[in-house]
Design a protein around this ligand. Sequence first.
Ligand SMILES: Cc1cc2nc3c(=O)[nH]c(=O)nc-3n(C[C@H](O)[C@H](O)[C@H](O)COP(=O)(O)OP(=O)(O)OC[C@H]3O[C@@H](n4cnc5c(N)ncnc54)[C@H](O)[C@@H]3O)c2cc1C
Length: 476
Amino acid sequence: MPSPVSRRHFLTAALAGGAASPAQLIAAEVASGFHEPARDIPFAEDADVIVCGAGPAGVTAAITAARAGAKVRLFEWRGCLGGIWTAGLLGYFLDFDKPGFAKELREKLDARDARANSKSASRFCYDPEALKLLLEELCVEAGVKFQFHTKVCAAFKEGNQLTTIVTESKAGRQAWKAPVFIDTTGDGDLGALAGCGFKVGDAEDINAVDACPCQPLSLNALLVVKDAEALREFIRFGTPKPGENTDGEKKKRIRDEIVKATGQIPSYASSTLWHVRGNLCFAMFNHEYGVKPWDAAEITAATVRARADMHRMINGLRSLGGAWEGIQIVATAEQIGVRDGRRIAGRYTVKTDDLVKGARYEDGVALVTFGVDVHATTAEHNKAKGAIHTKGVKAKNYDIPLRALIAKDVDGLMMAGRCISGDFIAHSSYRVTGNAVAMGEAAGVTAALAALSKRMPHEVAWTEGLEKLKAIGQRV
Ligand SMILES: Cc1cc2nc3c(=O)[nH]c(=O)nc-3n(C[C@H](O)[C@H](O)[C@H](O)COP(=O)(O)OP(=O)(O)OC[C@H]3O[C@@H](n4cnc5c(N)ncnc54)[C@H](O)[C@@H]3O)c2cc1C
């Protein structure tokens, strides 16, 4: 490929000779693409374990690996730790009744009065600002070196082993080396950059995903209301009062109120309001359909539509007056919530059959108790058949084996959270944050053991991981 300088020189010479019009030359240059010149990037620093993405899975993986004795680097694209919990204003922890770091988080949130008055260990609302602070304190305390506003943008292998990543930030491009990496980007960015195979949505073939048969996206919001008690028939409280409406009835009532206020069924027909504390609530009211999570232009357009949708619905509710008087948005999420990104091929793929049979494994790292939760993939589906579907699959409790967290195609790479290896239906169940935390814990301890003993993650038995978790006080 000619350098941009020599090509421009050639094009200018051709133009001077009158061989082509300026418009033709510009079109020719655009069609031939821009060749970015190669350059040397200094290694910023090495580490034992590099974790890419600081959502529920990544932050847990980084803290656990550091507690297990590894030198850990954690990179995050946004300006806070927590991913969908914080930047995404998710609102609700699900499938969280688990030992280890999940239990520690529950207890630490309780100590700060940051869990929304809930007796349930499995499902509860939380204060997102308190969680941001707690996660930063835990990372600092564990010795995790984390860097915000830093995107992992390239990956390089020696032979079949991932050895180096490149990040992009205000500090420019930086290269980082480690014997073990963990992809916790949610969307599987690192696995894809490293050349791993992956699946997306309901498509068998990645080349056939133009229509993106993925789960829809949702842009959540933090709200204030005048008096949360006065809206109890609509809002889900941590500990319901005896005899109050079920969660299903509350969702139906909110939908009816939105229809009354705006004349339209909400794009997420199971609209939900959760109570955080005082007059503060979370809202999940919208769906964006058919959006490819790796397409920045599509994500941008979806975010703009979703934000307008959210404001329209909240303004509509306020206009109803009564208990809705004074409801207003404090903030919409900085990050639109992506349910469904790349699922990187692992040494095992969690399948629908695992859910149906209630599969248990010796290397089971997370016992999933949450069922199938496929959100409508089209607006028509949402209107006609409701927003959430089980696709006829009745799930029993089942294990995620450690093998599903270890990349099949590339050595030295693990995954945790929603980008692990699983099929579309299984993913719809294990993706919730209690499981992301359990997976992050398993990936973190396994990666640390592998790096410190100069082995690959697939050479570390889960029994070793469990012993180490006990030794560092994350399992009793
Ligand atoms: C709208 C919505 C509603 C949901 N409802 C619930 C619920 O009620 N309860 C529940 O428990 N779960 C729920 N889930 C599921 C759950 O939130 C996710 O599956 C969970 O966030 C998975 O955690 P994660 O750490 O894998 O990913 P994420 O939370 O997505 O974290 C990934 C992190 O990686 C960062 N990142 C991405 N790419 C890069 C890169 N290239 N370089 C650097 N950083 C990068 C992101 O900024 C982000 O911080 C919901 C999800 C969505 C989207």
